[in-house]
Design a protein around this ligand. Sequence first.
Ligand code: ATP
Length: 440
Amino acid sequence: MENIITISFDDIDSQYGGCTTHFTGIFLHEIKDKIKLIDYPLLVRLNPGIPWKTRGNASTALRFIYDDPKEIFEIAKNLVDEYTNPRPPSPNKKPGIVITQGNVWEDENFKNFYKKALSDVVLLDEAINILEKNKVLYYGGKGLIGATAAQGSLGLYEPYTFELIFYRLPDNWNKDRCVRDDLVLKIEKSLPACSINNYDYIKEKTSVKPNGPDPILSGFRGSCEGLLWKYESSLCETPHFALLFRSNQHTSYGLFNDAHPYPYRNVEIEGYVSNIKILPKGHVIVSLNTKYGMFDISFYKDTGPLNEAAKLLVNGDYIKVQGSVRPYFYNSNPTISAYSMEVIYVNQYEKEFSPRCPICGSRMKSLGHNKGYRCEKCGFESKYINKLKIKIDRKLLPGIYMPETGELMHLQKEKYIQLPILTSLNYVNINQIFKVYANP
Ligand code: ATP
């Protein structure tokens, strides 16, 4: 394919509203008659542990054919300025726009940058170095980190999912969202096993509506692109427009590494359980003895089945944890917030009890080490009676434990779902991924 352009965005929002994915839809609408899309719009989630994100640390990208990148760049800059004004970005946030040409998703520099931005903290200077080295068009500030990462994302042979996002008419941004939970469930049940994280079966509610005054009405996720449009009939509010994204959400791809647990890094770490504390609110703190030293792993109450499994751990169990390293300590150990856990070895242990008296059946009392037992009730005494050892029946089984579906982190893969991969990029018909319902 010739004249391939990838344009990517991040941080196109402000404290007054808006979001990068919404902007991407508006930008696509602006250029759609000029270009030929060669991929779905991309919704790229990055390190969820980054403290300066607004919501889900998302950036976006569009891959298309067009022969004038400078023209596209000018349109994008003007539209970003218009979008963020009168909603100016807060002082520590600056939109980022990056434009590259060619198969950037195969470029090792961009691919590695993307992988680092998924699992670690990257600096703006690192992004600018790559952009300068590759002589690409770019504009903005801190958002360039996410925009540069999006360029190297979702290459061929990487797992992916879809999200169909419905956006609200501006007049509705501050009002309650109208999506019928009962219909979402009904539609979900009519689909093959390709819906991801849309319904929490324990809390019996949907997870498709965000909170707050932003432009998203609802987002439906799954591995089946065409079928996601069925959820349209669960909306009881007229949307402004809808856009179908291809995404790295729920793939866990590149999210966790076996790396030294520094703050804000996502790691996979294993070790022996050496202490368990259940806090009054139900959070569980497990001290883990690992090759990097002792860490306190926090299993928050709202992780449901994961938190319940953590409560069943005992000292000596061997577990592998995937999580985000926090910048604080519970005791004297650094903390890792767990997203999932694999129980590898369940410690089989025995508890010791005083024996019962063979004459009257009462509990006996020890006479000291190797000196036998005496019954306090009937007085029977014997040095040939030993402690009673009872094997404790463990309720925890080896296996993988995660939050309930509907409560997964954006990037976290569902346990059993099969994910698609692309082996080549193909033209995408805009009418199948973009729909306008009403004009504001
Ligand atoms: P929205 O949904 O509106 O886009 P968001 O939750 O995605 O909000 P952003 O406003 O995009 O949050 O803010 C995230 C900021 O963090 C961006 O400036 C992005 O460039 C930056 N960023 C993303 N990943 C990393 C990383 N791994 N290291 C450092 N900075 C990062």
